[in-house]
Design a protein around this ligand. Structure first.
Ligand code: HEC
Length: 170
């Protein structure tokens, strides 16, 4: 935070994980006058007021999506982290790289060394640039196949297809 504001995060004081931030005092930033803090409530309200985009008509198969919903909430265990209706955990929603079966390259650069459960509403509007924090999965099928392998879910081709259609419907 290089603004004229107040910012406190004691995790950034760790000189082993964040030598530059610790030396620069980013864990406790104070400015007088503070030009930032008074603007944050309105900004947060605006962010929360933006509805997730809805998928366009005909962009997914409703019958398959309905079956995929059952797989998502049941056999595949997706809803244990992507908790409806937010499709993330309404609370502490951070996971170790091992918990989602990927490397720790970016996680180890963040204070908690974790990745955040992405809320899944409006996935249809995010179809370019790939999925996961670094876009490593080109499409939703690749994401589902990753989970199938990493969690040894044993999903059939039919269930994979159903899950993908459900994700497209969110
Ligand atoms: C252990 C918790 C956990 C479970 C179980 C889980 N996810 Fe995730 N999911 C995550 C996390 C954390 C991320 C963010 C990963 C990243 O950004 O690198 C994520 C990301 C995603 C994304 C990418 C969203 C985007 O915009 O990039 C999709 C799609 C997704 N999960 C679908 C699923 C499906 C389908 C299942 C079930 C087969 C599932 N997840 C099970 C935690 C979980």
């Amino acid at each position: 935070m290089h603004c004229q504001g107040t910012f406190v995060d004691s995790r950034l004081k760790d000189p082993v994980q964040f030598p530059v931030a610790a030396r620069a005092g980013f864990g406790n930033v104070r400015h007088d006058p503070d030009l930032v803090t008074s603007k944050l409530p309105a900004l947060q309200l605006y962010q929360l007021a933006i509805p997730a985009p809805r998928p366009s008509h005909g962009s997914f198969d409703p019958a398959l999506a309905e079956q995929g919903k059952a797989v998502f909430n049941g056999a595949a265990g997706c809803a244990s982290c992507h908790v409806p209706p937010l499709f993330t955990e309404p609370g502490w929603n951070m996971h170790t790289p091992a918990e989602i079966g990927i490397d720790d390259f970016q996680a180890s650069r963040s204070p908690d060394r974790r990745y955040r459960t992405t809320p899944l509403a409006g996935l249809s509007a995010r179809s370019t640039g790939g999925f996961y924090h670094d876009g490593r999965f080109a499409n939703l099928r690749a994401v589902v196949e990753h989970y199938n392998q990493a969690f040894a879910l044993g999903l059939t081709d039919g269930q994979t297809l159903q899950l993908v259609e459900y994700l497209k419907s969110l």
